[in-house]
Design a protein around this ligand. Structure first.
Ligand code: NAP
Ligand code: ZN
Ligand code: ZN
Length: 349
């Protein structure tokens, strides 16, 4: 067994604290990664606080993992000790179903295995990246260019692919007017990607303090979503809108901002559903959709695109001892724009 040190939640209401556990012995397809950095996703908070229901404890969160390969199993050909690698939101899937065969493992029909908090095929409960190491099947490990800062790359493994995938799927590019709702971890990556793909990008935010940053990050326009008159001015003008908001909010003013046949895609996953005025869908044949992370081939494609275009997340690096404070700040939308934990701060005693 591999000994691991991390920080775990023992219940929905207790703060994260140091926790020792073990991971499976290296199997032939496994890669043992020594973790250097792990991003802090709002999903970690929803999960740890059991806001979606079904959480099990203790749970070590974290699914934006960057580190170096310490050892690789005998059947692993893509990685060798010393390589810089990344692990994201899923660590296994059935590999047989139509989605897995299409490289869309996130939609595995049997159910993909999440990086933390669920039973895996070996009978262990998965534990995530707020820890010093992880053992993962090589299909779910990505190679990382050493051109980019590893702390800035970590959030690409969730916030990056979760926004890149729908923007590609709905063909965001030149001559398209695209909206991004919410300027947090996911939102700031959506903004960077949509701008890089050549679209006209409008950032919607509730935070007046983020307007200048939104422009710096690539927004052609910024709309304060609490300003009803400013929202009305955007009516029926968008080809696509991506909603990254973590809390319940009214999506009707955004549906009204879509052109005929345009799509509103949800990636944010608040704990309560929205109320939808059906007229907003019917009268312009608009589409309401959603998307989760991305498949393994597309995740590697996104990482290679970021290396080529020099795209990383804007991060605030913290020691693990600040994680509970960081959770509180994320909930208050007070993060610019992703916390990333430096695992060198972990006590391995
Ligand atoms: P985050 O960094 O906390 O960003 C969320 C942003 O939403 C905030 O910065 C804020 O932006 C806005 N917001 C927060 N509360 C709001 C409210 N009450 N009304 C309106 N806007 C509000 O979170 P994140 O890590 O980007 O994650 C966002 C959501 O995506 C979470 O629900 C997470 O679980 C989900 N998620 C989904 C996937 C997927 O695969 N689909 C993957 C990762 C995460 P402004 O200050 O600009 O308004
Ligand atoms: Zn995430
Ligand atoms: Zn499958």
């Amino acid at each position: 067994m591999t000994q691991s040190h991390g920080w775990a939640a023992q219940s929905a209401t207790t703060p994260l604290s140091p926790f020792k556990f073990s991971r499976r012995e290296l199997k032939e397809h496994d890669v043992h990664v020594d973790i250097q950095f792990c991003g802090v996703c709002h999903s970690d908070i929803h999960w740890v606080r059991n806001e979606w229901g079904g959480a099990t404890y203790p749970v070590v969160p974290g699914h934006e993992i960057i580190g170096r390969v310490k050892a690789a199993g005998s059947a692993v050909s893509r990685f060798k000790p010393g390589d810089l690698v990344g692990v994201g939101v899923i660590v296994d899937s059935c590999r047989q179903c139509a989605s897995c065969k299409a490289g869309e493992e996130q939609y595995c029909e049997v159910g993909a295995t999440l990086t933390y908090g669920v039973p895996d095929r070996f009978g262990d409960l998965t534990q995530g990246g707020y820890s010093n190491n992880i053992v993962v099947d090589d299909r779910f490990v990505h190679s990382i260019s050493s051109k980019l800062s590893p702390a800035g790359v970590a959030p690409l493994l969730c916030a990056g692919i979760t926004t890149y995938s729908p923007l590609r799927h709905w063909k965001v590019g030149p001559n398209k007017k695209v909206g991004v709702v919410g300027l947090g971890g996911l939102g700031h990556m959506a903004l960077k990607f949509a701008h890089s793909f050549g679209a006209h990008v409008v950032q919607f935010t509730t935070s007046e303090s983020k307007v200048a940053d939104a422009k710096r990050l690539g927004a052609d326009e910024v709309v304060i979503s609490k300003d009803a008159a400013a929202m009305k001015k955007q009516a029926a003008s968008f080809d696509f809108i991506l909603d990254t908001v973590s809390a319940p909010h009214d999506i009707n003013p955004y549906l009204e901002a879509l052109k005929r046949d345009a799509t509103y895609a949800q990636v944010g996953l608040p704990d309560k559903p929205p109320v939808i005025n059906m007229g907003n869908l019917l009268f312009k044949r608009r589409n309401l959709s959603g998307s989760i992370i991305g498949g393994m081939p597309e995740t590697q494609q996104m990482l290679d695109y970021c290396a080529e275009k020099n795209i990383v997340a804007d991060v605030e690096v913290i020691p693990i001892q600040k994680i509970n404070e960081a959770f509180e700040r994320v909930v208050k939308a007070d993060v610019k724009y992703r916390f990333v934990i430096d695992m060198a701060s972990l006590d391995r005693g």
